[in-house]
Design a protein around this ligand. Sequence first.
Ligand code: AMP
Ligand code: ZN
Length: 133
Amino acid sequence: MPDCLFCNIVRGEIPCHKVYEDERVLAFLDIQPVNPGHVLVIPKTHSANMVHMAPEDLHAVMDAVQKIAPALLRAVGFEGFNLGVNTGAAAGQVVFHTHFHVMPRRPGDGYELWHGTEAGDLAAMAEKVRGAL
Ligand code: AMP
Ligand code: ZN
């Protein structure tokens, strides 16, 4: 993917602050971190989003997240992290090369996750989703 930003980073044509690399995976600092140490973990092979990833790449990325996250928290002195995967423009995806955000968190850092809404008919919803699978 010649015009893909993250493919360019994988090829070394655009610089990044690399924190981890293996055969399938690259991890580097986000240039607009939500908190210090915000890392993006990406498969080296292009896919637009996680639904389209080869399972081997997905497994390798998750292995990397599991390895990187605890070290990251030690490095920045934070207590927890959110793992974020924006999938599709409607969900806020801007770069269409699969990436997993590892965002260090600490109490009182000012971020809030979304609040739940009225559940409605959960049985009907579960039925609908099972039917779609
Ligand atoms: P998303 O909204 O999930 O597509 O997130 C894209 C992320 O990529 C954002 O958090 C950006 O700050 C980050 N980003 C964009 N360009 C670069 C870059 N050259 N190096 C590192 N991170 C980047
Ligand atoms: Zn790409």
